[in-house]
Design a protein around this ligand. Structure first.
Ligand SMILES: *[C@@H]1O[C@H](CO)[C@@H](O)[C@H](O)[C@H]1NC(C)=O
Ligand SMILES: *[C@@H]1O[C@H](CO)[C@@H](O)[C@H](O)[C@H]1NC(C)=O
Ligand SMILES: *[C@@H]1O[C@H](CO)[C@@H](O)[C@H](O)[C@H]1NC(C)=O
Ligand SMILES: *[C@@H]1O[C@H](CO)[C@@H](O)[C@H](O)[C@H]1NC(C)=O
Ligand SMILES: *[C@@H]1O[C@H](CO)[C@@H](O)[C@H](O)[C@H]1NC(C)=O
Ligand SMILES: *[C@@H]1O[C@H](CO)[C@@H](O)[C@H](O)[C@H]1NC(C)=O
Ligand SMILES: *[C@@H]1O[C@H](CO)[C@@H](O)[C@H](O)[C@H]1NC(C)=O
Ligand SMILES: *[C@@H]1O[C@H](CO)[C@@H](O)[C@H](O)[C@H]1NC(C)=O
Ligand SMILES: *[C@@H]1O[C@H](CO)[C@@H](O)[C@H](O)[C@H]1NC(C)=O
Length: 425
């Protein structure tokens, strides 16, 4: 009798096997006069199109209320993998800026995962307390990934994941940890080495290791100096450079494909050509203006078939011809002042076998490029004080407030700002 029961369980589990990974990042929106706080959480969720059963919840019921939720679904296809990507933005409004956690769960990873990962679990820690260094709420690291990243079993490859932090924090990666309840099954993929600076290294491996592996990463931002976090009620906590501020999940399928006759880029594996932007490049575009990212790739033996990308929901893909693609995007008003991560690969086919290029990710800042356009803005301020202010005091305090205000308006954090002259009147 145990056999039919086992079969039944297998059928059930294969029906719920659908998950391809996720990414979640956040941006605080505003602190209201009554101390309440709005935050925008941006996520991508990848799954088999017929099984949309995974969702974000608030296990401790301390995330505030959902003030809006928008989601857009697109079908992506890359034989033998086929999945849908849901891009969502959840706006949460909480009574205070106290930290909280969001939990992703429901269903299982796709079938035949090599490192025996079954159930879906991912955790985001949202920290919104006021930082003493920026005078504003923390912003999470910004990153992205594709649902499936693949490499032939005989080719070495390094994946330098996108690790952009709008606050200039140090970003580190580690595998999800069961002790911290970040995963249910937590075995890291034995075919990958992870560095704390978020490089995943793959070394040539035996064909026995071919197939899909589940990668469950946690990305965290660390301050570059000791900082104080202040809660709406005035309670303060000091954290050091060894304490993570927030944490976000980065999960995807890493597929080890059959060996290729040559690992040289440009033969079977597509090779990027100019003007394709470099990995981790920073791009800038003003609001309402269309940004075009040109992607050019070549392969002499295989045929370039398609471009796979993950980016803002209203980014469009155009194919110009053999290996030439354009990603175009017109950021709307509500996408301004933020940095938007975009990742892409080009795929090629030879004898029905698909080959992926290296993975490249860029960050698109909606605002002005501080390096490309040399704009000098003179700002004249009149400050009233009861006693006379030293130049040091002005640099330490007043310039800091101006910088924080500029940051909150979308000016990049490395924008140079200096005091030219202080005049006592
Ligand atoms: C953070 O604290 C500073 C200094 O007390 C204050 O000026 C600023 O408005 C606060 N920012 C937020 C987002 O609460
Ligand atoms: C998981 O986290 C615990 C508690 O922080 C730590 O002691 C342990 O070393 C971590 N495990 C791994 C595999 O990193
Ligand atoms: C990981 O790094 C260690 C030490 O450098 C090396 O021996 C091992 O082969 C690497 N594993 C993989 C899968 O790259
Ligand atoms: C940061 O805080 C730690 C722990 O409180 C302390 O030991 C260290 O001296 C501080 N570092 C600086 C630069 O203030
Ligand atoms: C592909 O062909 C072009 C033109 O024949 C040649 O210049 C290039 O070196 C070839 N690429 C590789 C990787 O061999
Ligand atoms: C962007 O376009 C919207 C709608 O057309 C318009 O309301 C807004 O003023 C524009 N913003 C900028 C900065 O041009
Ligand atoms: C793409 O690369 C090919 C080969 O080098 C070149 O002929 C073509 O002009 C490039 N396309 C663009 C848009 O630069
Ligand atoms: C992208 O496609 C949508 C729908 O087809 C269209 O409304 C939008 O204008 C396009 N955006 C750009 C930048 O081409
Ligand atoms: C942003 O604005 C666009 C159009 O202006 C709208 O379609 C979209 O739903 C808005 N997104 C959010 C998260 O409010």
């Amino acid at each position: 009798m145990p056999l039919p029961l086992l079969l039944l369980l297998l059928v059930c589990s294969s029906q719920a096997s659908h998950y391809h990974g996720t990414v979640m990042t956040y941006y605080p929106k505003n602190t209201n006069a009554d101390g309440s706080m709005t935050v925008e959480l941006q996520y991508n969720l990848n799954f088999h199109c017929s099984l949309d059963i995974t969702s974000w919840t608030c296990p401790s019921n301390n995330c505030g209320t959902v003030s809006s939720e928008v989601a857009h679904s697109v079908t992506k296809d890359s034989s033998p993998f086929e999945w849908c990507q849901r891009d969502g933005i959840i706006s949460l409004e909480g009574p205070t800026n106290a930290p909280f956690q969001l939990l992703l769960s429901g269903g299982d990873w796709i079938n035949f995962i090599r490192n025996s990962i079954g159930s879906v679990k991912a955790v985001t820690l949202v920290e919104l307390r006021n930082r003493s260094d920026t005078n504003q709420a923390n912003r999470s690291p910004q990153t992205n990934i594709l649902a499936v990243v693949r490499v032939p079993s005989n080719c070495p490859r390094d994946f330098n994941l996108l690790t952009f932090d709008p606050d200039g924090d140090q970003v580190k990666c580690r595998y999800a940890n069961s002790t911290l309840s970040e995963c249910d099954q937590c075995t890291p993929p034995s075919v990958l080495n992870l560095s704390t600076s978020c490089t995943l290294s793959f070394s040539p491996t035996d064909s026995i290791n071919e197939g899909p592996w589940a990668v469950q990463l946690v990305m965290e931002d660390f301050p570059t100096q000791n900082i104080t976090l202040t809660q709406t009620d005035g309670v303060q906590t000091t954290i050091t450079t060894n304490n993570a501020i927030s944490k976000i999940p980065l999960q995807f399928v890493f597929n080890v494909d059959r060996a290729v006759p040559s690992c040289t880029e440009g033969l079977y594996l597509p090779k990027f050509l100019p003007p394709t932007p470099d990995n981790r490049a920073q791009l800038y575009t003003p609001v309402n203006q269309t940004l075009e990212i040109s992607i050019n790739a070549t392969a002499n033996i295989s045929m370039i078939s398609d471009l796979l990308f993950s980016g803002p929901y209203n980014m469009n893909q155009t194919t110009l011809g053999a290996g030439q693609f354009i990603l175009s995007w017109t950021p709307s008003e509500n996408q301004t002042g933020k940095s938007h991560p975009v990742c892409f690969v080009v795929q090629a086919v030879f004898n029905s076998v698909t080959y992926q290029s290296e993975l490249r990710c860029v960050i698109v800042n909606v605002g002005y490029d501080p390096y490309l356009i040399p704009i000098f803005v003179g700002l004249k301020m009149k400050v009233s004080a009861l006693s006379s202010l030293s130049e040091d005091y002005i640099i330490d305090n007043i310039i800091k407030v101006v910088r924080a205000e500029m940051l909150s308006q979308g000016v990049p954090s490395d924008f140079p700002l200096s005091l030219i002259r202080a005049k006592l009147v």
